[in-house]
Design a protein around this ligand. Structure first.
Ligand SMILES: *Cc1c(COP(=O)(O)O)cnc(C)c1O
Length: 385
C-alpha cells in the first residue's frame, strides 16, 4: 500500500513563475512588488489593523512583545501545551513565563488555570487558536483579559485566514500572529505575520519594523536623516518568500474548500467511533466558519495512543503526537521551575494523535485512514460502521 504522509507542504503551480518574476524584474529584493502585494492584501483584509510581514511567527511574537512594551519581570501567561518558541520569545525578553494548563481532553488553554496565575505583575496572555479554530474558551479568556486590563495576544499560527473570518479574528485580539512555516497549511517555507489591532501603537510598531528607526515614518519627508528612535530588529520577510506567499494567498480559497471537505469526510467516517466512547475528544467541527487545520483524536489512554500510532504506521499511515508540555521539559524544570499543575497538558501529550490533513490528501486516503482506525478498535465489521 502506498504511504500516506503526515504532511506534504502545498506548492501552487504559479510559485515558480512568481519567484522568477521577483528575481528577474530588476526590482528590489528587499520589500519588492510581492512584499507590497502581500502587505496590501492583509492590510485590506484586516483594515483598519496594520499588518507586518515577518520572517516567522516566532519573530511576530518577539515583535508583539516589543510593540506592547512588555519587559523584564512582566508576567505573561501562556499554555504549557504550546510550541517552545513562544516561551523562548518571552525568555529572550526577560519576561516571566507563567504556564497555564489545558482543559480536560482539549488542547485549549483553561481559563480557570489562567485565573490562578494572575498577580499584580501579570501583563499579558498569549492564547493559541489550536488547529485553526477560535473556540468558546478562547473567547472567554479574551473577555477575561479585557475586564482585567491585560493584553491579549492571539497565537494564530495554525489558522487559515479567510475573508469570511478575517475581521472577527483580528477584532478579538490586541495582536494576532500567524505562521507561514512549511508545516502550516498556508506556507512560504518560512514566514510570519503580525497584525496589530491597537492604533495608538502603530507608530511604535512601524519603528520597530524598521530597525528601530524613523526611516519609514510618515513625518520623515522633511528630515535629512533617519535615526535610532526605538527598539527594533530586522523582522522583514524577504522578497522570494513573499513571491511564494503570494502564490499561496491566491490559492487559499481552494485550499480552504478542500480542507473543509476532508474534515467533513473524517467526521462522517469516525462518527461511530466517537459515539462508542472509545475516543474522548477530537477536532470535531462543522468546518462552517473556521477551517480546521489539525485533525486530532484524544484517545482513552497513553497506551492506546502509542498502539494506534504504531498500527497506523504498520499500515503505512504517518501520524504524529504534538507538543511535549513546556512544564515537563528539561529547560523549564532546570532553569525556571515554578509551582505548576498542568496535568491536562501532560495527558494530552500522551493521548493526542494528529492525523494527516493537507491539500493533496484525497478522500480515498481519508477513507483508508479511518478504516484502519476502525479496524484497530475492532469496530470495522461491527455495528459501528
Ligand atoms: C508553529 C508554531 C509557532 C511558530 O511558528 P514559526 O513560524 O515556525 O515561528 C508558534 N506557535 C504555535 C502554536 C505553532 O504551532
Amino acid at each position: 500500500m502506498e504511504k500516506i504522509n503526515f504532511y506534504i507542504p502545498d506548492l501552487n503551480p504559479d510559485a515558480v513563475k512568481y519567484v522568477n518574476t521577483a528575481l528577474h524584474s530588476g526590482k528590489s529584493l528587499f520589500r519588492g512588488d510581492f512584499h507590497e502585494k502581500c502587505t496590501q492584501y492583509f492590510d485590506t483584509l484586516f483594515f483598519p489593523s496594520k499588518s507586518y510581514l515577518v520572517s516567522s511567527c516566532t519573530d511576530a511574537i518577539c515583535m508583539a512583545l516589543i510593540t506592547l512594551e512588555l519587559q523584564q519581570r512582566d508576567e505573561i501567561i501562556i499554555p504549557s501545551f504550546t510550541f517552545v518558541s513562544v516561551a523562548n520569545a518571552l525568555k529572550n525578553r526577560g519576561c516571566q513565563i507563567k504556564l497555564a494548563d489545558s482543559l480536560e481532553n482539549s488542547p485549549d488553554m483553561d481559563l480557570d488555570s489562567v485565573k490562578k496565575l494572575i498577580t499584580s505583575e501579570t501583563k499579558a496572555v498569549i492564547d493559541v487558536y489550536y488547529g485553526g479554530i477560535v473556540s468558546e474558551e478562547n473567547l472567554r479568556i479574551r473577555q477575561f483579559c479585557k475586564e482585567n486590563n491585560l493584553f491579549y495576544i492571539a497565537d494564530a499560527a495554525h489558522l487559515l485566514i479567510s475573508e469570511q473570518t478575517a475581521k472577527t479574528i483580528i477584532e478579538i485580539a490586541d495582536i494576532t500572529v500567524f505562521s507561514f512555516h512549511e508545516t502550516k497549511v498556508l506556507n512560504c517555507g518560512q514566514g510570519g505575520l503580525m497584525v496589530l489591532n491597537r492604533n495608538e501603537k502603530n507608530k511604535t510598531a512601524n519603528e520597530i519594523y524598521n530597525h528601530g528607526t524613523d526611516k519609514f515614518s510618515l513625518n520623515i519627508s522633511n528630515k535629512k536623516f533617519y535615526e535610532w528612535t526605538n527598539e527594533g530588529l530586522e523582522f522583514n520577510l524577504n522578497e522570494i518568500s513573499c513571491a511564494l506567499l503570494w502564490s499561496q494567498i491566491e490559492g487559499s480559497k481552494k485550499i480552504i474548500d478542500n480542507l473543509r471537505k476532508i474534515v467533513l469526510k473524517y467526521n462522517e467516517c469516525l462518527k461511530a467511533l466517537k459515539n462508542s466512547g472509545k475516543i474522548k475528544n477530537w477536532s470535531e467541527s462543522d468546518a462552517s466558519s473556521f477551517c480546521p487545520t489539525i485533525m486530532y483524536l484524544v484517545l482513552d489512554s497513553d497506551e492506546n495512543c502509542i498502539n494506534l500510532k504504531e498500527y497506523l504506521s504498520y499500515k503505512n499511515i504517518d501520524t504524529r503526537q504534538h507538543y511535549y508540555p513546556l512544564h515537563q521539559s528539561q529547560f523549564y524544570r532546570e532553569k525556571l521551575q515554578q509551582e505548576d499543575n498542568c496535568n491536562n497538558a501532560s495527558n494530552l501529550y500522551g493521548q493526542l494523535l494528529r492525523l494527516p490533513l493537507y491539500n493533496s490528501l484525497s478522500q480515498e486516503d481519508v477513507i483508508t485512514i479511518c478504516n484502519s482506525i476502525l479496524t484497530f478498535y475492532g469496530a470495522k465489521d461491527s455495528a459501528l460502521v
